[in-house]
Design a protein. Structure first.
Length: 241
């Protein structure tokens, strides 16, 4: 039965702990350890088994709910609805290292996220707009060139994608993970050095401009701000790799 063997998760580049826990639970479902109709282990059991916090467990379950894999009944727990499809081959973000790789990745993002920003400006709810603004503001408290900034940056772009009103934008970014932000691993400051570098003011201003346009419902400005940010990102990254 799942939950009887400890299998603590460890952070991996491009994938946060919630994503890893979701994958582990989906593997349990695919293997038959968890069948449709069965209740998934309790929060405390998952925390003990995988060595993660309650917040990580709740985010992983929330993602599975969004994917239609489980449903949660208050006071009873979460139950498996369906077996997830086999994982399709996707982009390997660990291979994004050369200037050409970066240029192609950012070109891909330009084709997706500029339109996503415009749709978010047109479709976002007040709560989504507030979340996007807060995510942009939160980046100012994160040191530059750290994995924490990568996660905060990805969280911002994922919120924009989810505010489009089209679930496939959010699902696409979730499937790609934080590696899409294209911070090569060798450029990220080690944890013991994280406190020595302040926030990147230029990047913070670019995200704030996107957030402001989306909050104002200004479709054209949101697209322009996202296009400028991604174009600037491509220029910054290709100069430094």
């Amino acid at each position: 039965m799942p939950g009887t063997t400890k299998s603590a998760l460890t952070a991996k580049p491009g994938f946060n702990l919630a994503q890893q826990l979701m994958e582990a639970l989906m593997d349990d479902i695919r293997s038959g350890s968890l069948m449709p109709g069965m209740k998934i282990p309790s929060e405390s059991t998952l925390m003990e088994r995988f060595g993660v916090s309650r917040t990580v467990v709740r985010e992983a379950v929330s993602r599975m709910q969004a994917a239609g894999l489980v449903e949660t009944h208050q006071g009873k727990g979460s139950f498996v609805l369906m077996v997830p499809a086999e994982r399709r081959a996707g982009m390997d973000m660990s291979t994004v290292n050369t200037p050409q790789d970066v240029a192609e990745l950012i070109g891909f993002r330009l084709g997706v996220e500029v339109e996503a920003a415009g749709l978010a400006a047109a479709q976002r709810s007040d709560a989504e707009a507030d979340g996007i603004v807060r995510a942009a503001a939160a980046m100012r408290s994160v040191p530059a060139q750290t994995r924490q900034l990568l996660e905060a940056d990805f969280d911002f772009h994922r919120r924009v994608a989810r505010a489009t009103g089209n679930r496939f934008y959010g699902e696409l970014l979730d499937s790609l993970g934080p590696g899409i932000i294209a911070y090569p691993a060798h450029r990220l400051t080690s944890p013991d050095m994280a406190g020595t570098v302040g926030p990147d003011e230029v990047i913070c201003r670019e995200h704030a401009a996107i957030a402001e346009a989306i909050a104002d419902g200004d479709v054209d400005s949101a697209r322009a701000a996202m296009r400028l940010h991604l174009s600037n990102s491509r220029n910054r990254l290709t100069r430094k790799i």
